[in-house]
Design a protein around this ligand. Structure first.
Ligand code: SAH
Length: 288
């Protein structure tokens, strides 16, 4: 028995008669109310990896407070007339402290603005979105979280490295290689991390990679475990480098891989020779 799916009457609502395409600006997106803050993930870099809610927020905000990790190419989708405020490091000056950023968001919301706080990747993945939304909640500012594609998943995909694969790993660990002071995080049980999952995905780990690799090997991780460093993932200038746990410290010292970079430990990268799809032709497209 064959069955031809048809769109229900409601599915045709808002479809442009001339083109047959549904128009995003006809959709009933959540209202971005004045005096509220949306904490939005912009994805790892490629503009096309942003969500529809993120795009909607860009089209409806009054001010965008964005981080260094946000690809400036994405900001061209911000509606004309909205203000842009940069909240990252600039010209060698230290980055604004977290408290100042949170207070700024509260201040802008207090002015009745629709505040778009735009962050790289996902706001709750090593992005301090937790801290910012906590401060907003305590201050009684209404907020919404719009998740994004985190670099530790989407960035891997652009390098042909599946974060999970049934033949490789049934678990994955996400780890930061940096604590608040910039050091290798001390309150991590490295032995547990070394043995708990075949694949470890590390953010902000390039600087301390030698120490981290040492801790993982001391915890029982094999010295020849593959280490893959994915720089500027999903961007035309993406670079991928391969080394091993025992060589990792020396490798980064000698080669200085560009940052931002994600470091993947384990055999997830064994698939890369077959799955590496992001080639020269793909990189020519600005969207993704
Ligand atoms: N919230 C972000 C992570 C913020 S922490 C997310 O979900 O992706 C900053 C770290 O993210 C960087 O040091 C780097 O490890 C990683 N990162 C972010 N964007 C990246 C990119 N395009 N390529 C590689 N690593 C990236």
């Amino acid at each position: 028995m064959s069955h031809t799916p048809t769109k229900s009457a409601s599915a045709w609502e808002g479809i442009d008669q001339a083109t047959g395409f549904a128009r995003l600006d006809h959709e009933a997106f959540p209202v971005f109310h004045p005096g509220t803050v949306w904490l939005v993930g912009a994805g790892p870099g490629a503009p096309g990896l942003m969500s529809l809610l993120a795009y909607h927020a860009m089209q409806n905000c009054d001010v965008v407070v964005y981080d260094a990790l946000v690809n400036p190419d994405i900001l061209r989708w911000v509606r004309v007339g909205a203000e842009l405020e940069y909240a990252g490091k600039r010209g060698g000056k230290p980055s604004p402290v977290q408290r100042d950023i949170s207070l700024r968001l509260i201040e802008l919301a207090g002015q009745g603005k629709r505040v778009l706080r735009l962050k790289g990747g996902d706001p709750f993945m090593f992005g301090r979105g937790g801290e910012e939304s906590q401060t907003l909640a305590k201050s009684g500012v209404v907020f919404r979280i719009v998740p994004g594609i985190t670099s530790g998943v989407g960035g891997l995909a652009y390098a042909g490295v599946p974060a999970t694969h049934r033949d490789t790993n049934h678990a994955v660990i996400f780890l930061t290689g940096h604590d608040a002071t910039g050091q290798m995080p001390a309150n991590v049980n490295w032995q547990a991390v070394a043995t708990a999952s075949p694949v470890i995905v590390m953010y902000m780990a390039v600087k301390n990679l030698g120490d981290i690799a040492g801790a993982l090997m001391a915890g029982g991780r094999p010295a020849d475990d593959p280490v893959t460093i994915i720089s500027n993932a999903s961007m035309p200038q993406q670079q991928v480098a391969a080394t091993t746990l025992t060589e990792a410290g020396r490798f980064v010292a000698e080669n200085e891989p560009p940052t931002p970079a994600i470091v993947v430990v384990g055999h997830a990268s064994d698939w890369r020779p077959l799955l590496d799809w992001y080639g020269a032709a793909e990189r020519e497209n600005r969207i993704g």
